[in-house]
Design a protein around this ligand. Sequence first.
Ligand SMILES: Cc1cc2nc3c(=O)[nH]c(=O)nc-3n(C[C@H](O)[C@H](O)[C@H](O)COP(=O)(O)OP(=O)(O)OC[C@H]3O[C@@H](n4cnc5c(N)ncnc54)[C@H](O)[C@@H]3O)c2cc1C
Length: 511
Amino acid sequence: MSKDYHYDYLVIGSGIAGLSAALQLSKHGKTAIISKASIHESATNLAQGGIAAAMTKTDTPDYHFEDTLKAGDGLCDEKAVKFLVEEGPERVRELIALGANFDKVDGDYDFTKEAAHSKRRILHVGDSTGKEIKKTLGNAVLNEALTTFFPSTFVKELIIQNGECVGCVAIRNHTPIHFYAKSSIIATGGCGQIFSKSTNPSIATGDGIAIAYRAGCKVQDMEFVQFHPTTLALGDKKPISIFLITEAIRGEGAILRNINGDRFMLDYHPDAELAPRDVVARSIYQESQKTKNHVYLDLSPITQELSKRFPTIYERCMESGIDITREFIPVSPAAHYFMGGVQTNEKGQTNIPRLYAAGETASLGLHGANRLASNSLLDGLVFGHASALNMIKENEQPIIQDALIIKAPKSNKNTTSKIRAARHTIKSIMWRNVSIIRNKKDLNTARQGLDDLSWLLDITTIDDKILEVQNMLTVSQLIVKSALQREESRGAHFREDFPKKNPAWKKRTIL
Ligand SMILES: Cc1cc2nc3c(=O)[nH]c(=O)nc-3n(C[C@H](O)[C@H](O)[C@H](O)COP(=O)(O)OP(=O)(O)OC[C@H]3O[C@@H](n4cnc5c(N)ncnc54)[C@H](O)[C@@H]3O)c2cc1C
């Protein structure tokens, strides 16, 4: 038996983008926030470094605009960037008014700097900025009388009738639920979990992108995956998500050294440790290839008290037996942020009427080929809000036909271990062939390996673990297809068989 729920608005995902949208929507109508996990499980909750906004006397949105464009390596949508940098300060001030308690020094906000930012413009709360933002937005949203939060509720597919999105099918306690609404927004985050090494939480399996693609949404920029240069390298241990060492630590002066203790970044880029992320990630990769070992972060140049400025990193490293006040941190790159996703415009609209997307799931060309550090929290905040304002304008109720009958799932006896193995295979195919350095041969190997798993997509099920692996496969296939198409190196997409930028490729891959 399936249940039917009717709301004005559906928000799928409870990270910064979903909460930012819900905050506006719940003031105007009955709003369901659906999340496959608890409110604490999201990339937002893990964000360390901070949120970028041009708010100091020496900074302007124009500087922020220029820095974002430079990092995006020729592929940023300038209209979207302009919207972000101009709206950003106002949205951050609203967050502060709601109670977000960003760090201050002598009464003034303690703006920090990260790679490729020309100004100190990053507001933070120690090194756990995301937790503070989630707490602030979460409290505000859940206090709204018109909000209903559905945790542990897995969105399986969108309901499309007469070419419009009228809701979604979700699975809760093994029971299908139909949610119907005037308009819906997908804010399901990124897809880092498709790689063996990733900083992303376990929820980041690309569900929203796969669901939207299957429903007929266009996706774009799928080849652009950002690899974070510095995650804690702990030998053979393979946690689900790898612990990130925030870029702000290099912003405050930390230096990268190879296994022999030599500083190497100046050999790769004049900005050394503060070069764009993709450059630092590739340099570390290449240096590690040379020395057959990981590299180190040396924190000794930092003058601030490390346990106070970076308490989470201090404690996490201590647990692993590394005292960052005396020792170098072993680091290596891991998949971190997805620039691609569901194609949207600045209003958050997808190509399907009544369907919106925001945050890491969406792609409006804002980040181009490479995201500027600390721009993604701002992206979720600004475009979650902007999407909601447009959803509110969409006042008419859609004409909803009879409830769909959910097909009886086929028996999945004995598939658990096969599915677990398939998840592992996808992750290792993607890490080995589609990560920091790519080429045609490896990408074709990946394509073949993923095609061999196509049987997965034939399984009809309401088991969320199987649905997740299906979504991971779909998103991986889209990434490989786009990466093969883009025969050049740009931003985070590096092809060793086409190591230069090709002006003919100053365009998006749209699938
Ligand atoms: C370790 C780490 C550190 C970071 N540090 C920073 C930083 O300092 N500054 C910065 O700007 N960015 C940072 N980022 C990136 C930034 O945190 C994310 O890009 C941003 O938080 C994404 O927000 P979101 O709302 O799009 O998705 P998320 O916050 O990931 O939320 C996704 C939501 O969707 C839900 N969901 C997913 N699939 C389904 C489904 N099928 N059904 C129902 N619900 C679903 C999840 O349960 C979750 O609630 C960091 C990322 C990581 C991983």
